[in-house]
Design a protein around this ligand. Structure first.
Ligand code: PEP
Ligand code: MG
Length: 581
């Protein structure tokens, strides 16, 4: 049994498929003389397959970005077929009787290391190219699944991977994924968010799980307790079967509240909305009983594809969601690309700190044509439902004004083209950057609402990477520093008569929801599968208790103490949501 961080509830059991990664341990063994020709043939085959893969990727990038960007792959093809490298591999196999993958790995590392040590940026990048190409060849040699294979799973399975890019998770054949288990990752990594949305059990931060299980083995994944058990015994399977039944009974009970309002015992009403990524999420949105969409992560329309979506295509998607959510509103966040969410063709921008780099509104403002197409699509869709627009990762008033100026231009254009849109559509922004929370009063004058993204706000406030399992214990949205930024945001909004929501993962955590309620937020937007539990909890809380908890949490000495205070109230009000074990 391996322990990691539980990030998406549920239990399942099935065959494992291990996704490839070059960085894993390569077994070295001595081969017999009569095995050398077989090993050399394997090498030739793996190189040929890698060549085909590279040509395919190059074709895709050429289509999306043109030949200049795609020329990078010429360098990769040269590395792949480098005669000096291949001669050394042949020598190790044929003369020193080393197995193919160990020989290949040894040579790749030798060349990459030599280049990396030369202290020249250009050569360091070439070292990365060698490792990248080498990894592809090794994946073929080791028979590991590639991301491409995940689109066409033949049977239901648990996916074990070093980490999963949001672009991979988004294209998975969901009907056949029983669970995710990854070496890295944290609670608010997009893989975790996606797993929760899909209701697929997931455990991340399992260390080197990819080198401990093999494709084809059976495992049991427990997304509540955060474990992966390889080859579980019948007794374990039986115990988990019972746990599953108990959870199902509770789910049924809380699902019965679907059509009830999210209102506290003393009559304080909270808007409970859902976070979605694409029109395919409409059925789970509707089933959840959420009052609209508090966060539509529109960037998922932009990844996993060769070309950017057209205005028309986006309009159809936004309209579909708005119509499905009616009469409730839908907050469409303009694309939050960058960080770990990049279209495949942009995936190599070479940024050292992508989360502090070219991301979200910064990309939109830099690419006005792309931004305008999205704004026009949103405005046009606003004629068919209650749409609100929201900008991600705003850090200054200037950015907000630039975004609003672009929006105003789009409105003017549509008016002159005689195309209808909602003239009173609300415009808001996310509070994800500490600097924005600190100037919330200034910003509040020029928006209709704020939505607090606790995932990034926590990461940026505490300097903790939300994707890195090594620092996962430090990722704490209840850190009093984060709570004070939330408090400042709420107060600024109140002063200007604006409403405030929270759409980060903290909103869907029953232990954290009481403190958010007590801080005075008007809306909680959570993954659709968490809507029933949060509603169940809200309907058992009283506002004065939540306010007292929030005050105590703000003055707590640590994130752990604040969380304990908030969880104690939640547990007292709804013990069913905190079962032992
Ligand atoms: C957040 O940062 O809390 C948020 C909701 O945005 P995302 O998770 O998409 O970065
Ligand atoms: Mg964010």
């Amino acid at each position: 049994m391996y322990r990691g961080i539980p990030v998406s509830a549920g239990v399942s059991h099935g065959k494992v498929i291990v996704l490839g990664d070059a960085a894993r341990t390569i077994l070295r063994r001595e081969i017999r003389a009569d095995e050398t020709s077989g090993e050399l043939a394997r090498l030739q085959e793996a190189v040929a397959r890698t060549r085909r893969d590279l040509l395919e990727v190059q074709r895709q990038v050429t289509e999306a970005l043109g030949t200049h960007e795609a020329s990078l792959f010429d360098a990769h093809l040269l590395v792949l077929e480098d005669e000096m490298m291949l001669a050394e591999v042949h020598h190790l196999i044929g003369e020193q009787y080393i197995n193919c993958e160990a020989a290949y790995h040894q040579v790749v590392e030798k060349f990459a290391k030599a280049l990396g040590e030369l202290g020249d940026d250009y050569l360091r990048e070439r070292a990365a190219d060698i490792r990248d190409v080498g990894g592809r060849v090794l994946d073929h040699l080791l028979g590991r699944a590639t991301e491409q294979d995940l689109r066409h799973l033949r049977e239901p399975c648990i996916i074990v991977a070093p980490d999963l890019a949001p672009s991979t998770t988004a294209v998975l054949d969901r009907t056949r994924v029983l669970g995710f288990a990854t070496d890295g990752g944290g609670t608010t990594s997009h893989t975790a968010i996606m797993a929760r949305k899909l209701g697929i059990p997931a455990v991340v931060g399992l260390g080197d799980i990819t080198s401990r299980v093999r494709t084809g083995e059976y495992a049991l994944i427990d997304g509540h307790g955060g474990t992966l058990t390889v080859n579980p015994t019948d007794q374990t399977l039986f115990e988990y079967g019972q746990l599953k039944q108990r959870r199902a009974a509770l789910d049924e009970r809380i699902a019965a509240l679907r059509d009830q309002p999210a209102i506290t015992l003393d009559g304080h009403s909270v808007t409970l909305a859902a976070n979605i990524d694409q029109p395919e999420d409409i059925p789970s949105l509707v089933d959840s009983g959420a009052h609209g969409v508090g966060l539509f992560r529109s960037e998922f329309l932009f990844i996993n594809r060769r070309e950017l979506p057209t205005e028309e295509e986006q309009y159809v998607a936004y309209r579909q969601v708005a119509e499905a959510a009616a009469p409730h509103p839908v907050v469409i966040r303009t694309m939050d690309l960058g960080g770990d969410k990049l279209p495949p063709a942009w995936a190599r921008t070479g940024e050292q700190n992508p989360f502090l780099g070219w991301r979200a509104i910064r990309i939109s403002l830099a690419l006005p044509e792309v931004f305008e197409a999205q704004l026009r699509a949103i405005l046009r869709a606003s004629a068919h439902g209650r749409i609100r627009i929201m900008y991600p990762m705003i850090s200054s008033l200037n950015e907000l004004r630039d975004a609003n100026a672009t929006l105003e231009r789009c409105r003017d254009d549509l008016r002159s083209e005689g195309i209808p849109f909602d003239e009173s559509m609300q415009v808001g922004m996310m509070i994800e950057v500490p600097g924005a929370a600190l100037i919330a009063e200034t910003l509040a004058r020029e928006v209709d609402f704020f939505s607090i993204g606790t995932n990034d706000l926590t990461g940026y406030t505490l300097a903790v990477d939300r994707l890195n399992e090594k620092v996962a214990p430090l990722f704490a949205p209840t850190h009093p520093g984060v709570l004070r930024l939330i408090q400042m945001t709420v107060e600024a909004a109140r002063k200007h008569g604006r409403w405030v929501g929270v759409c980060g993962e903290a909103a869907g955590d029953p232990g954290v929801a009481p403190v958010l309620l007590g801080l005075g937020v008007d809306e909680l937007s959570v993954t659709p599968s968490s809507v029933p539990a949060i509603k169940f909890l809200l309907r058992r809380l009283r506002m004065p208790e939540a306010v007292t908890v929030a005050q105590a949490a703000l003055n707590a000495e640590s994130a752990e103490e604040a969380l304990k205070i908030s969880t104690a109230l939640a547990r007292k009000a709804a013990p069913e949501l905190f079962p032992a074990g």
